[in-house]
Design a protein around this ligand. Structure first.
Ligand code: ARG
Ligand code: ZN
Length: 844
């Protein structure tokens, strides 16, 4: 059943307070609710309907009198009074058989919840929509030592605990945890003097030593949000719990954030630098939701980007402040291009604010999250930092306690700046990635940029309107000096020309600095100009991007015209690598080639049919050329990148390790893996251990190290996820599906654990040449396992179907095989609504 944004109506009844009692039992948890309802004066309908799914109804009462409501698979209806009343109900649920990991479920003996977006309806009958906000009091009864819910503890004793959350909230922010848990505790004092108790809870038996970094990240996040956004924490307690079985990264439940263990637990021996950085960002993200998401929530799920786009934007700012702004921006742009541009260019394209959906869980996407964040970055660039700060203050003042909309969000910017944002608002409703075509001319000291924007059609949106594009431009003279510093051009028309006068010679333009808008730039620069920008651009993003474009262009010429790597490109790379004044993290990024998937997308975009096998060959060839060209430099750089002293995950040593590992991978192409085997043997941290293993597997070596790794880490789930993933993602193309299949028979493979399932099948889809091997074995295996997973966990199944979203880019043979796989999934009897919606959209 499709739901439309335009059909929104206010709730018929509002909730003043909720009292819940949980009598925990693995297969027979009783949930007793007492809910104070009152008619909503703004309602257009008077129907009393409560969502409810997979509940065993026991009894219900209104104002103390038993009632017999109408029950359906979706919920409960009753002819309720048109006046305030108290509704009470008792239902029974079975957490231990709930493999969907939505609602109340069990993970390794621990009770836990995931309610966003619509999971609360699997706990009890309730108006499960974000515009119904209420104060919750929760009593938990169960013989487990730790019983947690939102807000502050009220009272507890052997076998029970009571919690009260003073902040009205929608049901999706409800959480409950019960288990045998141990906390790392700390405190944070807010700037107005509130002392907040902080805890990170894990199950005892191995994870205790992995909590310190997360605690540190939490305290940094709390201080940052006070300093940069003026936002303080608003309870006396903040709990984080690590859970092994979790569909997503983490969840911002009020005062009780629940995390996928992989998104919070880290130690030097078990987590890579990239893991540490990701954990820091996710802790910050969930913490920042306390204001952007919880205090101000969404009116309905179409407004998801209101909280997610803004919170991603905030966590990206935080990462930039904690680490390097240039490197963070490059990382974020790479993610956006790899995932969001891909989404925009296929059958799953949708606007940042979708206008319809069947299953909202299918819209927790790169478009809503990452493009949603880009839209906020553009807004900030257009209005300037000072007005952005004023607009955010007004947003928090005006909407605290509200379930708000994108219109509300844009209105605060209009009110602060006096701007008309009606054209800018198209970023929220129009899907697709704009192509920005650049032509330039120069005469008599005047340089002109002729810009044209065009957004290709996306499903359901044939014609597109021009968007407001902030285009940051700088001009460089022939010595690499800036003759025009970064200037933001505001493009509003389909075609526009911008002039720069008073120049003494034709400049080189650096366009879309710092990736100022999420567009694809089409600019026929010569490779000499690109090499010039790679050597001289004063904007680090564009300096990196010049190298990236050179590499992508070369790879495409190698695929299409059998070109061989030119020394111009290789020398440019060498110059950056040898430039000790540059941040090693930045040099590592320049050295990293576009992925095979990136090349496939670029080829398709240029009108070719990508062949993953050829792309794989060409990438290998180019890496070998680079290794040979840099052969004299590699050992020197590798030695320079060694880090003294004990491991810390800070940006500086992490950057050195990143460059060291990049060099090691190249070196391995020349020395048969000698240096990599040495690094593997001597590594005292996961970054270098895994970097070495990766370098070995990439040259089809490392069997011994793979076994040693398993022997060393077999007891550690999170590390073993890496072991599963790496083998599949780096398997030779013709063995990828067989490797994945073999691993599904490993005793530690567990279809019910999303991290493990994603390790194997995420590894498979990430092995572009392997997944798309012409035998079709990759497609068949993934389809088989998605069909097996769907009845257990529809959400993770539906998400994994996106592996097929580029299928129309390929040759007829591959397309036929993928279509068959998708049709086989679609034809499975009893298929979940989640997966059905995805395969239907994919098939188009
Ligand atoms: N709000 C969470 C976050 O952004 C994501 C929860 C998504 N859950 C889901 N079932 N789709 O951190
Ligand atoms: Zn979020």
């Amino acid at each position: 059943q499709t739901i439309y944004l335009s059909d929104y109506t206010p709730p018929a009844y509002l909730v003043d307070s909720v009292h819940l009692t949980f009598k925990l039992g693995a297969t027979d948890t009783r949930v007793i609710s007492r809910i104070a309802f009152r008619p909503n004066p703004d309602a257009t309908s008077k129907e009393f309907f409560l969502h409810g799914q997979d509940l065993r109804f026991v009894s219900a009462m209104i104002d103390g009198a038993p009632i017999t409501p109408d029950l359906s698979a979706e919920g409960l209806r009753y002819d309720a009074p048109d006046a305030p009343f108290v509704f009470e109900a008792e239902v029974e649920i079975s957490p231990s058989t709930n493999t969907s990991l939505e609602g109340l479920y069990m993970s390794n003996g621990m009770y836990c919840t995931q309610c966003e977006a619509e999971g609360f309806r699997k706990i009890t009958y309730y108006p499960d929509r974000p515009d119904v906000m209420a104060v919750f009091t929760v009593r938990i009864e169960g013989d487990l030592p730790v019983l947690l819910s939102n807000g502050n503890p009220v009272a507890q004793d052997e076998g029970w605990a009571e919690w009260h959350d003073p902040w009205p909230k929608p049901a999706y922010l409800f959480a409950l945890i019960a288990g045998d848990l141990v906390a790392l505790s700390d405190t944070f004092t807010t700037r107005s003097g509130r002392k907040v108790d902080l805890n990170i809870w894990v199950r005892p038996g191995g994870d205790e030593a992995k909590r310190a970094f997360g605690m540190d990240a939490l305290k940094k996040s709390m201080a940052w949000d006070e300093e940069i956004y003026g936002r303080e924490y608003d309870l006396d307690l903040f709990n984080i719990v690590a859970v092994d079985d979790f569909n997503m990264g983490a969840m911002e439940n009020k005062g009780l954030n629940i995390f996928n263990a992989s998104a919070v637990l880290a130690s030097p021996e078990t987590a890579t630098d990239a893991d540490f950085e990701r954990i820091e960002a996710i802790i910050a993200h969930e913490y920042f939701h306390n204001w952007t998401g919880n205090r101000i929530t969404c009116r309905d799920w179409f407004q998801l980007c209101l909280k997610e786009g803004l919170t991603v934007f905030r966590d990206q700012q935080f990462t930039g402040d904690m680490r390097s702004h240039a490197v963070t921006r490059i990382d974020d742009a790479m993610v956006l291009r790899a995932h969001q541009f891909r989404e925009d260019n296929g059958p799953l394209a949708h606007p940042v604010r979708p206008d319809s959906f069947v299953e909202i869980n299918n819209f927790y996407t790169a478009t809503v999250y990452e493009k949603g964040a880009e839209v906020i970055g553009m807004l900030k660039l257009l209005v300037g930092d000072a007005d952005y700060a004023k607009a955010l203050d007004l947003y928090f003042d005006r909407h605290d306690g509200d379930a708000a909309t994108i219109e509300d969000w844009l209105r605060v910017f209009e009110d602060v700046t006096g701007r008309d944002l009606s054209q800018f608002a198209r970023w929220y409703s129009q899907a697709g990635t704009p192509r920005l075509t650049v032509h330039e001319s120069y005469a008599d000291g005047t340089y002109q940029l002729h810009l044209r924007q065009e957004t290709p059609p996306t499903p359901g949106q044939e014609t597109k309107e021009p968007l407001v594009l902030p285009i940051a431009v700088g001009l460089l003279n022939e010595n690499g000096a800036e003759v025009v510093p970064t200037t933001v051009l505001e493009m509003t028309q389909a075609e526009q020309t911008f002039s720069f006068g008073g120049l003494s010679s034709k400049p080189t333009a650096s366009i879309l600095r710092n990736f100022s808008a999420p567009v694809i730039v089409k600019h026929d620069k010569t490779n000499a100009e690109r090499a010039f920008l790679l050597a001289h651009d004063t904007d680090p993003f564009n300096r990196w991007d010049a190298g990236r474009t050179l590499a992508q262009d070369l790879l495409m010429r190698m695929v299409c015209d059998n070109a061989t790597p030119d020394t111009g490109f290789l020398d440019g790379l060498a110059a950056v690598l040898r430039d000790d004044t540059l941040d090693p993290a930045f040099r590592a990024l320049v050295l990293r080639l576009p992925s095979e998937e990136d090349t496939a997308q670029a080829l398709f975009d240029a009108g070719h049919t990508p062949d993953p096998a050829v792309i794989n060959d060409v990438h290998e060839t180019l890496k070998l050329h680079i290794a040979q060209h840099l052969q004299d430099t590699l050992p020197r750089i590798y030695a320079d990148m060694s880090v003294d002293g004990p491991y810390t995950p800070d940006a500086e040593p992490a950057g050195k390790r990143a460059l060291g590992n990049a060099v090691l991978a190249l070196q391995s192409k020349l020395d048969g893996g000698k240096a990599a085997a040495q690094q593997f043997a001597s590594a005292d941290n996961m970054t270098q251990q895994l970097g070495a293993l990766r370098a070995l597997l990439q040259i089809a070596k490392g069997a011994h190290e793979l076994a040693a790794f398993e022997a060393q880490w077999g007891h550690d789930r999170l590390v073993m996820d890496k072991w599963f993933a790496l083998q599949v993602s780096l398997a030779p193309a013709d063995q990828a599906a067989a490797t994945a299949e073999k691993l599904t028979a490993h005793p530690d493979f567990d279809i019910k654990n999303p991290n493990r399932f994603r390790a194997v099948f995420g590894g498979l889809r990430g092995n572009t040449a392997g997944f798309h091997h012409r035998s079709g074995a990759g497609y068949d295996l993934l389809a088989d396992w998605l069909i097996k997973l769907d009845p257990l966990n529809p959400q993770t199944t539906a998400r994994m179907t996106t592996a097929f979203d580029t299928w129309k880019h390929y040759d007829t043979e591959r397309q036929t095989k993928i279509r068959e796989a998708l049709e086989r999934i679609a034809g499975t009897s009893g298929l979940s609504g989640d997966t059905h919606e995805m395969v239907t959209r994919l098939l188009g």
